[in-house]
Write a new protein. Structure first.
Length: 188
């Protein structure tokens, strides 16, 4: 049960943005800019970063929903998501993505440990300034999102089908504010 009154049955961050649409619209716009707007990293790779950081933070809702979005976007290569969660260092992904995930891991643990050596390693594998920037911002943002969702004890579905539907929605329409407000949900 959530620590505050949010719409019943609405999981994760969706319930929180319905509670505070004035702040929620900005959070969704940030997610859209990071995960769906133009980037040298694919949408699938960016969703994978969100999944990876959320998994490290043990945020089951965010890890589950973004893993589902990454699987949807990777399509026939969807098994990569679980391989990265299990051990990104041995997953069949590019060395560039491994280096970027290492940076993301350092941001998640203690951003001050993102060293020149980590950045040089990523550059040696083809990472650009934009790749490095977006990796750090995605990792930092998902630490915030994870703590927001878990800090208010939002609903976390246990049904895998619920995440599949979320993943497909995020993979097709991106990050769009729910149309129902908290007041409307309470009236029903």
């Amino acid at each position: 049960m959530a620590h505050i009154q949010v719409p019943e049955g609405i999981p994760g961050i969706r319930s929180l943005v319905m509670y505070r649409p004035d702040t929620g619209q900005h959070l969704y716009a940030l997610a859209q800019a990071l995960l769906r707007n133009e980037s040298p990293l694919s949408e699938a790779e960016r969703e994978l970063m969100a999944t990876f950081v959320s998994s490290l933070n043990e945020c089951n809702f965010c890890a589950g929903s973004h893993a589902a979005a990454a699987r949807f976007l990777f399509g026939s290569e969807k098994e990569l998501v679980d391989q990265v969660i299990a051990d990104y260092r041995t997953a069949p992904i590019s060395n560039k993505l491994k280096a970027l995930l290492t940076i993301a891991k350092h941001v998640q643990q203690d951003a001050r440990t993102v060293s020149d050596e980590l950045v040089t390693e990523a550059r040696n594998h083809g990472a650009t300034d934009r790749d490095i920037h977006d990796t750090v911002l995605i990792a930092a943002t998902f630490c915030l999102f994870n703590r927001y969702v878990d800090g208010l004890a939002t609903l976390t579905p246990t049904n895998p089908e619920a995440y599949e539907a979320m993943g497909e929605r995020m993979g097709t329409i991106g990050y769009v504010m729910p149309t129902q407000s908290l007041n409307d949900a309470i009236k029903k």
